[in-house]
Write a protein that binds this ligand. Structure first.
Ligand SMILES: O=P(O)(O)OC[C@H]1O[C@](O)(CO)[C@@H](O)[C@@H]1O
Length: 398
């Protein structure tokens, strides 16, 4: 039942013209999500400096851990996915993301727990930090300074990396991720050097420049991606494990910022099941019935169609970064593009660039991050304030 108290506002149809009006964009984005997102490169540099001040070297004192658990929810949890993919399949210990309170039952003194929370107070991260301390596991904590998480880390005499809180967690992915990577580097689990960090930050800066609000849609990859997605059901598939992390991240931001339903996943897995979506009522069947001369303004929603976004790793990863031959990934990505084309399903492709895994990942995340915000703004939605999240917290007392 809609009783009118939900405070839902916005436009069902995207206002394309608004995206080419920087002043209107600024007014529609009072919290400055575009600005916060543009700070991704600066976040990498700042967090690297903050992590250097924390005593992460102590982590190595007890040698290589049995396993590493990354505990946190939402964006904080995504940092574990980033670590796992940057560490790659040759990582000598399991890296496990844990998204509910506490830690898995097997965690003990041989393990490391990295508790992450942008606010420094998510029950999931706090519960994990306390449990890790109780069980004698090595603990590292990442989050807001002067928070409950910091207190627990101090009680446990564990390294704490303070990440200043200037934006919602989802606009702080890079600030939260870099300390996690550097903690894992101290444990010898991941090869991320200073040049990788600097090049990743530079890549994020360059993409922020290409996606700036003053750059018009025809030269701005994020605006054109947003306009392509407007009114459709996005299907975001990653061609490799690394690209799949970026696909899942796009799912997070499309849902929270633009409030779009979205299907995300790995193309390898999708090819054995979900790819069937392309044949269905929102895929080939809808495209087959589409009147190409119809006025899109009169679309009553019945013509809702899929839009495929394919995030391709581009075959740049080193052979030992992957369990699967690159040629297989590439062939599969070509195949799904052919499938989409045959059915008339439109497809956007973002191809990774850069040398290191971290930079390639950044190149697959940056433009989609901005696209999710432009899509929100085109619909008159404030990408920062998400009433449903607040209401969910109130109703479930979190
Ligand atoms: O990292 P935090 O601040 O603990 O929050 C966890 C998640 O909860 C949210 O704040 C929503 O309540 C998300 O934005 C965030 O990713």
């Amino acid at each position: 039942m809609i009783d009118g108290t939900a405070g839902v506002s916005g436009r069902r149809d995207a206002d394309e013209a608004l995206l080419d009006n920087p002043q209107a964009l600024a007014e529609a984005d009072p919290g400055g999500m575009l600005r916060h997102t543009a700070s991704a490169g600066a976040q990498v540099r700042e967090s690297a400096a903050l992590a250097a001040e924390a005593n992460l070297a102590v982590l190595a004192d007890d040698g290589r851990p049995r396993a590493v658990v990354i505990a946190g929810i939402g964006t904080a949890g995504r940092t574990g996915d980033v670590l796992a993919t940057v560490a790659g399949p040759r990582c000598p210990v399991p890296i496990i993301g844990h998204r509910s309170a506490g830690v898995p039952g097997w965690v003990g003194a041989a393990d490391v727990v990295i508790a992450v929370s942008a606010s420094g107070r998510s029950p999931e991260a706090l519960g994990a930090a306390e449990a890790a301390h109780r069980r004698g596991a090595r603990l590292v904590a990442v989050g807001a300074p002067d928070s409950q998480l910091q207190s627990i880390a101090e009680q446990a005499r564990a390294p704490f990396i303070p990440v200043p809180r200037r934006a919602p967690a989802r606009a702080s992915l890079w600030a939260l991720t870099v300390p996690v990577l550097l903690a894992a580097r101290s444990l010898g689990l991941v090869k991320v050097n200073e040049a990788d960090l600097a090049e990743t930050a530079a890549r994020l800066d360059a993409d922020a420049d290409r996606c700036r609000s003053a750059a018009e849609s025809f030269v701005n990859p994020a605006k054109s991606l947003a306009l392509g997605l407007a009114g459709s059901i996005p299907i975001v598939w990653g061609s490799s494990p690394l690209a799949t992390v970026a696909a899942r991240r796009f799912g997070d931001t499309l849902s929270a910022n633009a409030r779009y339903p979205v299907v995300t996943g790995a193309l390898g897995e999708a090819g054995r099941g979900r790819v069937g979506l392309l044949d269905g009522v929102f895929g080939g069947l809808a495209e087959g019935e589409r009147d190409i001369f119809a006025d899109p303004a009169e679309d009553d929603g019945e013509g809702t169609r899929l839009r495929l976004v394919l995030l391709r790793d581009g075959g740049l990863n080193a052979e030992d970064d992957t369990d699967e031959p690159l040629a297989v990934e590439e062939r599969r990505a070509d195949a799904v593009q052919t499938l989409a084309e045959r059915r008339g399903v439109r497809c956007d492709v973002v191809t990774a660039e850069g040398g290191s895994a971290l930079e390639r990942l950044a190149s697959l995340i940056a433009v989609p991050d901005f696209a999710s915000i432009y899509l929100a703004l085109a619909h008159g939605l404030d990408p920062m304030a998400v009433p449903a999240i607040t209401e969910m917290k109130e109703l479930s007392n979190q």
